[in-house]
Design a protein around this ligand. Structure first.
Ligand SMILES: [Zn+2]
Length: 166
């Protein structure tokens, strides 16, 4: 009995340390999303890192993502559902270590929500189609909008405008 209890506690510790919460504890789907999946379904689609950021509102470490220093022409789509979210036309070098855009690809591609976590007042940016967490928007961006959409590379996939011919 004692051995079994120890094993149970051990696996609970492992789960919380591992941070991969594919156990359906939390329902992150929001009303109004066009694409609604359970945590279990997202878990099967996304990598653990994508799941942590897109569905659990995590943040990738600055200067580690694949798109912060990426300058090809094309579209940045949602890594979870494939909807076009941002364009290389609106991308700029913010120096923050995260891909930054001064506006979404189209009005309505993303939605915003107040985020008071970590003792800060920030505005969270979410995919309007599937509700996945993308990053935050700040008001210290360049003209013409003055906005800086600070997005996790992990939340994005890139579709080049001029695919390289084989
Ligand atoms: Zn999406």
């Amino acid at each position: 009995m004692k051995g079994r209890l120890g094993w149970m506690i051990g696996s609970m510790v492992l789960l919380s340390v591992g941070g991969v919460a594919c156990d359906g504890r939390r329902e992150t789907a929001m009303t109004g999303d066009k694409i609604v999946k359970t945590n279990e379904e997202w878990c099967g689609i996304l990598t653990p890192e994508q799941y942590r950021i897109l569905r659990e509102k995590g943040t990738e470490t600055a200067f580690t993502g694949k798109y912060y220093n990426h300058h090809e022409e094309g579209a940045y789509v949602c890594a979870a559902c494939g909807e076009p979210l941002f364009s290389s036309l609106h991308k700029f070098d913010s120096g923050t270590g995260w891909p930054s855009y001064w506006q979404p690809a189209q009005k309505g591609a993303v939605k915003e929500a107040a985020d008071d976590s970590h003792g800060m007042r920030r505005v969270e940016v979410l995919c309007a189609s599937c509700g996945s967490h993308l990053g935050h928007v700040f008001t210290d961006g360049p003209e013409p909008t003055g906005l800086r959409y600070c997005i996790n590379s992990v939340a994005l996939d890139f579709k080049p405008a001029h695919p390289k011919k084989k």
